[in-house]
Write a protein that binds this ligand. Structure first.
Ligand code: FAQ
Length: 328
């Protein structure tokens, strides 16, 4: 099976000091040379553990991220928008499939990952715990959440773990269509009636704080950045990614005539970095630990999907048995 015989349960230590020093230095030399690490290669236990954690959370984010936009498919304005949104949501679920496969190569089964998601043991991106009240919320996600995702993933696809990088390569290509679609939706609202402009501004006001959280806690308090940067899993720190997003997208938001709800947001011309009000990290922690506005609803939907799909999984295991599809 996957994982070169290694399993998630087999990870015994987080301590790099307990690893074979010769193997560890060869591993780090390969990473320094820009080589990709493949599933059957030797790797420190902590590398395996960190990758499973991060890729699994990413996969969970895609599958849960399909939900806030998915509820707008039937209500999207016009046939073209409905078709485009349907394709986008389908892509996000496909991204989850690619990422769960990449995580499986490290020795954790997909069933275990889905179980951990629906039982609230593993995380997914904070942004998907907020509601999409209006069409403008959906446009915000398609443009700016996708933009944030691309900033992060374009950097990380140059990272060290082969299966994750190859999955990100494909995902980024698809995400770039999502970004164009989302930008088009927002331009349409910006060029529309005052009511449409107000609707997007109101959505932007609500989504800005979660969007600032999206890149993770500030570098000063990030738990995993140091080791992930050392092993080239993350190719930029959380603050660097946040800054790159602000650099690329704040001017575009202003260009469309919208305002950003942070009086301290400005680019420091000397450092070239953006300054902003420190995000509310207490709220971030609450939301990622299960107490956001939509956490319960999101997991309930996934649990229901899992229960409804059970007969299909059973049927696939025993294809010769006759099954009657439940109607309700
Ligand atoms: N949300 O030490 P760090 C998308 C947790 S894909 C929730 O800084 P790290 C596509 C973190 O897990 C979006 N939790 O962590 C789409 C850790 O908790 P733990 C997802 C977060 O890993 C678009 C703790 O905080 N993208 O949107 C978040 O070094 C539109 C300490 O944090 C990825 O997953 C958060 N935002 O850096 C779909 C990309 N941030 O595990 C549909 C890959 C941090 O110790 C529609 N992931 N935490 O319990 C990464 O690049 C990194 O994992 C970070 C976090 C940057 C997200």
């Amino acid at each position: 099976m996957y994982g070169g015989g290694n399993t998630f349960e087999g990870i015994k230590t987080d301590s790099i000091a307990l690893e074979d020093p010769i193997k560890l230095s060869e591993f780090e030399a390969r990473i320094a040379r820009g080589e990709k690490i493949e599933p059957s290669d030797w790797m420190p236990q902590l590398y395996r553990k960190q990758l499973i954690r991060m890729i699994e959370q990413h996969a969970n984010s895609e599958i849960i991220g399909a939900l806030p936009e998915g509820t707008w498919i039937t209500r999207a304005p016009g046939f073209k928008r409905k078709m485009a949104l349907m394709a986008k949501v389908q892509d996000e679920v496909g991204h989850a499939q690619l990422l769960y496969s990449a995580a499986e190569t490290l020795g954790k089964s997909r069933e275990q990952m889905i179980d951990d998601l629906i039982n609230g043991k593993s995380k997914y991106s904070n942004v998907f715990n907020y509601p999409t009240f209006t069409w403008a919320d959906c446009c915000f996600i398609s443009w700016l959440v996708d933009a944030g995702a691309i900033v992060n993933q374009l950097a990380n696809l140059k990272g060290s773990y082969g299966p994750y990088c190859r999955a990100l390569d494909r995902i980024c290509a698809e995400e770039s269509f999502h970004l164009k679609y989302g930008h088009h939706c927002v331009i349409h609202l910006a060029a529309g009636t005052q009511k449409q402009r107000d609707m997007f501004q109101e959505a932007l006001n609500r989504w800005w704080p979660p969007m600032m959280h999206f890149f993770g806690p500030s570098d000063k308090i990030s738990a995993h950045t140091e080791i992930l940067m050392r092993w080239k899993v993350k190719m930029g720190t959380n603050d660097e990614m946040r800054n790159q997003f602000l650099d690329m997208y704040v001017p575009k938001i202003w260009e469309l005539g919208f305002t950003i709800p942070d009086p301290n947001l400005k680019k420091n011309s000397e450092t070239g970095k953006w300054e902003y009000t420190e995000p509310d990290w207490a709220e971030f922690k609450r939301v990622i630990n299960g107490d956001g506005p939509c956490n319960q609803e999101r997991l309930a939907v996934r649990r229901a999907a899992e229960a409804r799909g059970k007969w299909v999984r059973e049927a696939l295991k025993t294809p010769k048995t006759a099954y009657i599809m439940p109607l309700a």
